[in-house]
Design a protein around this ligand. Sequence first.
Ligand code: GLA
Length: 674
Amino acid sequence: MTRSETTAPWPTEGLSFGGDYSPEQWSWDVVLEDMELMRRAGVNLVTLGVFSWVVHEPRDGEFDFSWLDRMLDLLHENGIRVDLATPTAAVPMWLHEAHPEILPHDIHGHPLAPGGRLGWCASSPVFRSYALRIVERLAEHVAGHPAVRLWHVSNELGGGNARCHCAVSNARFREWVAAKYGDVQTLNAAWGMAFWGNSYSSFDEVTTPWGITAHNPGQLLDYERFSSDELLAHYRAEREVLQRVTPDVPITTNFMVGIGTDIVDYTRWADEMDIVANDHYTVGPDPLKHEDIAFSGDRMRGMSKGAPWMLMEHAAGAGSWHPVNQPKTPDEIIRHALAHVARGSDSVLFFQWRASISGTEQFHSAMVPHAGADSVVYRTIVDLGAKLTALAEVQGSRVEPARVALLHDNEAGWALRSGLKPQNPQRYADTARALHNALFQRAVTVDVIGPWTALDGYALVVVPGLFLLSDENARAIEEFVESGGTTIVTWFSGIVDENNTVRPGGYPGILRSVVGTSSEEFFPLDAEQSVALSNGWTGRRWMERMRPVDSPEGAESVADYAEGGYRGGPAVVRRRLGAGVAWYLSTDLDTASLDDLMGRVLSETGVRPAAEVAPGVEAVRRTAPDADYLFLLNHTGETGWARTRGVDLLTGREHADRVVLDPGAVAVIREERP
Ligand code: GLA
């Protein structure tokens, strides 16, 4: 992987620590207490003004930045830097009243109600002009203020306004489609509109896929692309104003990279950010929360091309948007925060500083809970701040180059959910998470990257459920294998092209020539069903009627189906291709089987873990020109260990060759170089 240097100056010296700060919700005496508590905890960065549009512009065209000036000066006096938000996530009620047409319209064509946030359609020129006016006035006002170190454009673009079906969106979608396809015959062919006789005779007949009907998979996929593009256009418009007025302040927006398919195409958006930033929330019942942190961190690092990225938000405890919202233990607060740093984040930021007492999120956790500073959570925050200070020298280092890449593409996830499939619903990231987890459990570092990224330097490329794949990206995988690499391709990869059209001739479609074999039928399994394989492995979720493996292609069946309708047929196939090896998994191996397979693949490819560790201990190494930092995180309730030599920056203790980790504990070892 080619790693580009980051050019944006980091907003703080050392790692950034803090969170969303909403002093407009509080009286001045509370704000003064905040300064004292922030200093005590070592907070050095806050995100300010995310929802403050009506504070800056209480009435149409009347601007008042006195509150902001006071806050910026106070934070500056207290040595706290500011990630200043453009307030466009929070439409003032006067704007809703004057222009109700800016509201996003749902799938039935009904406007959402005013209130909440992101109550605007990304295609609305009316909203855009009001938004850019406040952004420009704000930027002009704060230009040159020493506290302002980063721009935070809006908030979680798409979180509430990702899809709109208003008249303006429909008109824009028609333009977008016409610009992409040029003429209506090409459009009909691309979307396969001959099916059910839905062909268009003019672009005027094209609509967003609104209402209740079975929309065409090609149309659904393009609508997802269009919606992502419209939000990106909004980001670019705000960015253009900010770059013009404050050219020295870097610009970002907060992504929502976590479980599931992204709402917009963050991997393709990433190059538009000076620093890529993520909001990450673990999901209560997820048994592998720590692996989810690792997976999203590995994705963020793929997006930043190895440069430090920013954890913009996470929670100090419970969220309030799950059915059951459970807090974190102090150990978890520390371990989860440092797990993001281990994977390349140079910040630990929370939503939010002080728990709100009113409003939608009045029961969301915060760095200062409702109970106040005399609380376990705040004391843990103080402890975390001290730990981050001890880790200051880590800032700017990079996770060591990975030998394994995992290909992940939002478009593949969108294609998967666009239209009916053999198994409904199917979550795109599930297969990726399972394969990533098999590597995570073995302490192997993985870059999660778009399939268009150069594959040089990797020994193993994992292709999990990559449903949509272009000819060009498939060719890159083939060339990678031919020149000596190893790939693991799983079921339901390479199935459709960029138009969401099935590639005929057998599965896995465009990857048949890589895996050297193919199948002709899918047999999805229920959640309770599994299938035994001939070598003792177990498959779940999916089976395929594979063609017998023919040796001229150099393929061998490593495991056959041992029961069911496909009994005796190949289930897992391995073949040599050029100087490399390709594996095909036609079923979803359970955790133990996948672990066994991964053990074999890693030993064949010579890929080593970041360190030798006890089971359940996460290990990732960050490196700088003059030091290596091994992050060790014990996610188990047992004592763990790792083999390395050096000093633990968190305790100052020297370790001669082995680090012992208490249950739930973290160590960051500055390793002795030989
Ligand atoms: C998001 C938002 C925050 C807050 C948190 C709650 O990340 O950006 O404003 O709503 O979720 O988890």
